[in-house]
Structures are given as C-alpha cells and as structure tokens.
Design a binder for this molecule. Structure first.
Ligand code: HEC
Ligand code: HEC
Ligand code: HEC
Ligand code: HEC
Ligand code: HEC
Ligand code: HEC
Ligand code: HEC
Ligand code: HEC
Ligand code: HEC
Ligand code: HEC
Length: 306
C-alpha cells in the first residue's frame, strides 16, 4: 500500500496534476480523487494559484481563510485545498478577464456532477452517497452544505438541524409535535443521530450500530441484549414493530393506544389466558406488561415476568 501511495505521488508530481495532488493530500477517498478529479488533460500550467484568485475575489478569498477547507492549506504551507481544487484550473478564466464560462460554477452543474466534485475527496468518509435516497432524488451535497456561506456553526451546513431537514421534509414535522416524541425540536436528539443523510446500507438512510442492530440500542442500551430469553418480536420486526420512532399520540411512542391490542396482534392465541385464577390478557383487563414487564427480553424468565 505504501509503495502504491509513493509511486502514485511520483506519478502525480511528474504529470503535474496540481489539483489532483491536492485532492490526494486531503485524505479519505484518495483513490477516487485521483481518478475523478482532473478534467480532461489539465496541465499544471492551467492553474494560477489562490493568490491570483484573491486579487479579484478578495471577499470570498478572505472569508475562505477560516473555512475548514483552509485548515489543510495552512498545514501544508498553502498546498492544501485551494480555490482550484473545486473550481478547476483558472487560467482561461483569468485570461478572459473573469470569463464565467471558463470556470467551474456549481449552480450550472447537475446534482451528480456537483457531488462527484466533492466526492473526489470525500468518498472515503461517505462511500454510500451515490446509492442514497438523496442522490437518487438529485439532492447534491449543496442541498445541505454551502462552502462559502454556511449558516450553521459546524460542518458547513446551510442551516442547523432540524430546520435544515424540515425545509424539505415538512411532512415529518408534525410527528415531532405529537404529545410523545423524540426530543428533536428540543435539541436533545438530532435527525442525524438515527439517519445518515449521506446514505447507509439500510433502508430509510438508517444508521445501524456496530453489531448491526438498529441504531436505537445505542441510546437505549437496556433493550439491546443478547438475552437468555429473547422476545422474537424485537429481533424479527425491530423496534418499529411496536414503536413509532418520530412521535406518537401514545405513551412510550407505541404504535397503538392500547398495549393489549398491540400484543394481541400476534398473541391472540393467549388473549384470554387465565393464570392462577386471575383473568388476564383481554383488551380491557390489566395491561400485558403489568406482568410481562421485561418485554424486550429477559435473562431470568421465559415469559418476561418480573
Ligand atoms: C482578473 C480578475 C479575476 C481573477 C484573477 C479571477 N476571477 Fe473569477 N471572476 C471574475 C469576474 C469579473 C467574474 C464575473 C463577475 C462575477 O460574477 O463576480 C468572475 C466570476 C467567477 C466565478 C463565477 C461566479 C458566479 O457568480 O457564478 C467563479 C466561481 C470564479 N470567478 C472563481 C474564480 C477562481 C477560482 C479564480 C482563481 C483561479 C478566479 N475566479 C480568478 C474575475 C476574476
Ligand atoms: C471545497 C470546494 C470549494 C473551494 C475550495 C472553493 N469554492 Fe468557491 N464555490 C464552491 C461552491 C460549492 C460554490 C457554490 C456556492 C456555495 O456553496 O457557497 C462556490 C461558489 C463560488 C463563487 C460564486 C459566488 C458565491 O460566493 O456564491 C465564487 C466567486 C467562488 N466560489 C470563488 C472561490 C474562490 C476565490 C475560492 C478560493 C479562495 C473558492 N471559491 C474556493 C466550492 C468551493
Ligand atoms: C480537494 C479536496 C476536497 C474537495 C474537492 C472538497 N473537499 Fe471538503 N474537505 C476537504 C478537506 C481536506 C477538509 C478538511 C478536513 C478536516 O479538517 O478534517 C474538508 C472539509 C469539509 C467539510 C467538513 C467541515 C467540518 O467542519 O467538519 C465539509 C462539510 C465539506 N468538506 C464539504 C465539501 C463539499 C460540499 C464539497 C464540494 C462542493 C467539498 N467538500 C469538496 C477536502 C475537499
Ligand atoms: C441531506 C443533507 C446532506 C447532504 C445531501 C449531504 N450532507 Fe454532508 N452532512 C450533513 C449533516 C446533517 C452533517 C452533520 C453530520 C452529523 O451531525 O452527524 C454532515 C456532515 C458532513 C461532513 C463532516 C462530518 C462527516 O461526517 O464527515 C462532511 C465532510 C460532509 N457532510 C460532506 C458531504 C458531501 C461531500 C456530500 C455530497 C456527496 C454531502 N455531505 C451531502 C447533511 C448532508
Ligand atoms: C434539499 C432538500 C432536502 C434536504 C435539505 C434534506 N432532504 Fe432528505 N430527502 C430529500 C428527497 C427529495 C428525498 C427522496 C424522496 C423522499 O423519499 O422524500 C429524501 C429522502 C430522505 C430519507 C429517506 C426516505 C425514504 O423514504 O427512504 C431520509 C431518511 C431523509 N431524507 C432524511 C433527511 C435528513 C435527516 C435531513 C437533514 C439532515 C434531510 N433529509 C435533508 C430531500 C431533502
Ligand atoms: C430516534 C430515531 C430517529 C430520529 C431522531 C429521526 N428519525 Fe426519521 N426515521 C426513523 C426510523 C426508525 C424510520 C423508519 C420508520 C419505519 O420503518 O417505519 C424513519 C423514517 C424516516 C423517513 C422516511 C419516511 C417515513 O416517515 O417513514 C424520513 C423522511 C425521516 N425519517 C426523516 C427524519 C427527519 C427529517 C428527522 C429529524 C427531524 C428524523 N427523521 C429523525 C428514526 C428516526
Ligand atoms: C441519540 C440517542 C437516541 C437514539 C438513537 C434513540 N433514542 Fe429513543 N429516546 C432518546 C431520548 C433522549 C428520549 C427521551 C427520554 C425522556 O424523555 O426521558 C427517548 C425516548 C424514547 C422512548 C420513550 C421512552 C419513555 O420513557 O417514554 C422510546 C419508546 C424510544 N425512545 C424508542 C426509540 C427507538 C425505537 C429508537 C430507534 C428508532 C430510538 N429510541 C433511538 C434517545 C435516543
Ligand atoms: C413487542 C413490542 C415491542 C418491541 C418490538 C419493542 N418494544 Fe419497546 N416497549 C414496548 C412496550 C409495550 C413498552 C411499554 C412498557 C410499559 O409501559 O410498561 C416499551 C417501552 C420502551 C421504552 C421505555 C422504557 C421502558 O423500558 O419501559 C423504550 C426506551 C423502548 N421501549 C425502546 C425499545 C427499543 C430500542 C426497541 C428495539 C430494540 C424496542 N423498544 C422494541 C414494546 C416493544
Ligand atoms: C410482531 C408480533 C409480536 C408482538 C406485537 C408481540 N409479540 Fe410476543 N412474541 C412474538 C413471537 C413470535 C414470540 C415467540 C413465540 C413462540 O416462541 O412461540 C413471542 C413471545 C412472547 C412471550 C413468551 C412466550 C413463551 O413461549 O414463553 C411472551 C410472554 C410475549 N411474547 C408477550 C408479548 C407481549 C406482552 C406483547 C405486547 C407488549 C407482545 N408479546 C407483542 C411476537 C410478538
Ligand atoms: C396478571 C398477569 C398477566 C397478564 C396481565 C398477562 N399475562 Fe401472559 N402470562 C402470565 C403468566 C404468569 C404466564 C405463565 C408464565 C409461565 O408459564 O411461565 C403467562 C404466559 C403468557 C405467554 C406464554 C404462554 C403461552 O401460552 O404460550 C404469553 C405469550 C402471554 N402470557 C401473553 C400475554 C399477553 C399478550 C397478555 C396481554 C394481552 C398477557 N399475557 C397478560 C401473566 C400475565
């Protein structure tokens, strides 16, 4: 690997792909960067350097000094991410006195081409983007990020969560105003705690925990198990078999107002079981969980009793 990197670096130096070399230094998806960055046969002499851009775009260049993309530039004595790493070689643009057709303008690119430019360096951290519902719906990186004018404090986001997400997902807003909800509006949980907007291997952009369980058990560890006596429902249907994750009219975010009705969807067979003379199990009587307390699984009782 090291050998490969070294020879790659030599190759880049020899051929003078300045933009590519920068991408290479950025870490993350180096290999992708080397194949997708250079537009046609850009020559090192087509690059003019950031100082030149700054002569005409002083405002943008000054502000860029505090951009996270400049961090690397500082670390590598100006050889990090510069204007031309994203906008492409600028010589023709400059010689044309600022000819806008000779420079990469992001508002003129397709969503796919925008994301490809960014993924040239970021594919390592976000390898699933191309197959994400966002990419498939033509939402590019710039649907959520702005390089020069981000509004959020962190991650160059266009707005803080959840406002950012609600600008497009207004349908989801009502759920978080329900009497019982994950405290997203309150700022205690964010959409990206459960979803990775850059895509995942699962459905709905859902994150999973390291052990491939649903992300829920990361915060609700007591439900994780493994248990000596598992409740097959948890394993088979996942948490959403019984809970509505965003918000619900029902306490404990349950899918149904009546616990016994919820249980009897699958357990009608025992709907009227009588135990030690106690009538139990019908919809009107004590909730099933008053006896079957450890409903997510138990290490001591097969029927999840106390
Ligand atoms: C000689 C002055 C000059 C230099 C040097 C220069 N530009 Fe420009 N640039 C302009 C002018 C003039 C425009 C068109 C007016 C405008 O929209 O700001 C422009 C437009 C742009 C645009 C499109 C702006 C838009 O609104 O879509 C981008 C992107 C851009 N320049 C990037 C760069 C980069 C990157 C460099 C360095 C490689 C650079 N420029 C160097 C003068 C210059
Ligand atoms: C990490 C990629 C990246 C780098 C590096 C970068 N830009 Fe941009 N630039 C963009 C994107 C994306 C846009 C579209 C608007 C946005 O996201 O803020 C943009 C927009 C612009 C515009 C259009 C006007 C505006 O502000 O929206 C100009 C001019 C510009 N960039 C110049 C520069 C100059 C000069 C530099 C170097 C100092 C630079 N850019 C560095 C990605 C980059
Ligand atoms: C030439 C390589 C390169 C390109 C192209 C590039 N980036 Fe970056 N990006 C970087 C580097 C390097 C950093 C800094 C990483 C760090 O500080 O750890 C960074 C940081 C970021 C961050 C993180 C900021 C933070 O505070 O965590 C975001 C978001 C980001 N880039 C988005 C984009 C978007 C959107 C584009 C396309 C418009 C893009 N980048 C294009 C190399 C690149
Ligand atoms: C649908 C919204 C959305 C889209 C589209 C999106 N991002 Fe992000 N991005 C976010 C959010 C939200 C965060 C903050 C993540 C968090 O809080 O965990 C983030 C964080 C980042 C970070 C910094 C932290 C990290 O996880 O690496 C980088 C870099 C980044 N995005 C790059 C990109 C690139 C490149 C693209 C396009 C290929 C892109 N993003 C597309 C919403 C988005
Ligand atoms: C620029 C608009 C836009 C923004 C901003 C945005 N999304 Fe999306 N999102 C979409 C579109 C379009 C789709 C695909 C169509 C759909 O399923 O609604 C989508 C799909 C999704 C899906 C998958 C839905 C499914 O049915 O599989 C999730 C989850 C999601 N977005 C979460 C988020 C989160 C979390 C944020 C904030 C970090 C966010 N989105 C920001 C436009 C956006
Ligand atoms: C506690 C974890 C969690 C949080 C926080 C969360 N989601 Fe979800 N979201 C889920 C789960 C789980 C699903 C899948 C639901 C299912 O399979 O029935 C989902 C589904 C979705 C979908 C697909 C459509 C749908 O309703 O099934 C969208 C879009 C979405 N979420 C957006 C968001 C947005 C936007 C936010 C923040 C405002 C957010 N989510 C916060 C867990 C969460
Ligand atoms: C980032 C951490 C986090 C993740 C991930 C998470 N939750 Fe939560 N959950 C919380 C917080 C915080 C509360 C609110 C606790 C409170 O109000 O006391 C909560 C509340 C709940 C409640 C209501 C508890 C009660 O006592 O009323 C249920 C049920 C629940 N979550 C299920 C889930 C499910 C299902 C998932 C996965 C789709 C999930 N959670 C993912 C943090 C998380
Ligand atoms: C078979 C249905 C079912 C499944 C599947 C299920 N739960 Fe529950 N959960 C319940 C019921 C019923 C309650 C309410 C118990 C009560 O009120 O006594 C509950 C309560 C909770 C609570 C509130 C605190 C507590 O323990 O009482 C949390 C948090 C929770 N569940 C998280 C999860 C998570 C995370 C998953 C997935 C790993 C999950 N649940 C799967 C039925 C289920
Ligand atoms: C999605 C379907 C489903 C739901 C909803 C569900 N269960 Fe189950 N439950 C199962 C399955 C499947 C088994 C394993 C059955 C078996 O091994 O015969 C099981 C096993 C059990 C057992 C242990 C049975 C034994 O053989 O010892 C108890 C007790 C139980 N469930 C109670 C409940 C209660 C109480 C609820 C409501 C909070 C509930 N279940 C909701 C599917 C479900
Ligand atoms: C008053 C307490 C109590 C209530 C309420 C109760 N159960 Fe039970 N349940 C028990 C006891 C005790 C057992 C027997 C455990 C054993 O045999 O080890 C049992 C056994 C079970 C079993 C496993 C035995 C079998 O027949 O396969 C299931 C499934 C079950 N209950 C489901 C439910 C459901 C669903 C509800 C609510 C509709 C419910 N129970 C309400 C106490 C209760």
């Amino acid at each position: 690997m090291r050998r490969f990197l070294t020879s790659m670096a030599c190759f880049l130096l020899l051929t003078g792909f300045a933009g590519t070399r920068l991408a290479f230094a950025a870490g993350g998806g180096q290999q992708q960067a080397t194949t997708s960055q250079p537009k046609a046969a850009a020559d090192s002499t087509d690059f003019v350097g950031q100082e030149t851009c700054a002569t005409c775009h002083a405002d943008v260049a000054t502000k860029f000094g505090t951009n996270p993309h400049s961090r690397l530039a500082l670390q590598h004595a100006g050889k990090g991410v510069t204007c031309e790493s994203c906008h492409g070689p600028g010589k023709a643009h400059v010689e044309g006195g600022g000819d806008v057709t000779k420079i990469r303008r992001f508002d003129k690119l397709s969503a796919k081409d925008v994301s490809a430019t960014c993924l040239g360096c970021h594919a390592g951290a976000h390898p699933n983007f191309d197959r994400s519902p966002h990419a498939k719906a033509n939402v590019s990186c710039l649907g959520c990020h702005s390089v020069h004018a981000p509004e959020a404090q962190e991650h160059l986001l266009k707005a803080e969560q959840p406002k950012l997400c609600f600008t497009c997902h207004s349908d989801q807003k009502a759920a978080f105003d329900m009497p019982f909800h994950h405290p997203v509006n309150e700022g205690a949980v964010s959409c990206s705690d459960c979803h990775d907007p850059h895509g995942t291997f699962g459905n709905n952009n859902l994150k999973s925990t390291a052990d491939q369980n649903m992300i829920c058990t990361k915060c609700h560890a007591e439900t994780r198990g493994p248990f000596v006596y598992e409740h097959a429902a948890v394993k088979a249907e996942g948490c959403v078999g019984c809970h509505t994750p965003h918000g619900s009219q029902n306490a404990r975010l349950l899918n149904m107002p009546n616990i016994n009705v919820l249980c009897n969807q699958c357990h009608s067979r025992v709907a009227n079981h009588t135990i030690n003379g106690m009538g139990a199990g019908s919809d009107e009587l004590a909730p099933c969980t008053s006896c079957h307390t450890y409903i997510h699984g138990s290490n001591i009782n097969q029927a999840f009793l106390r």
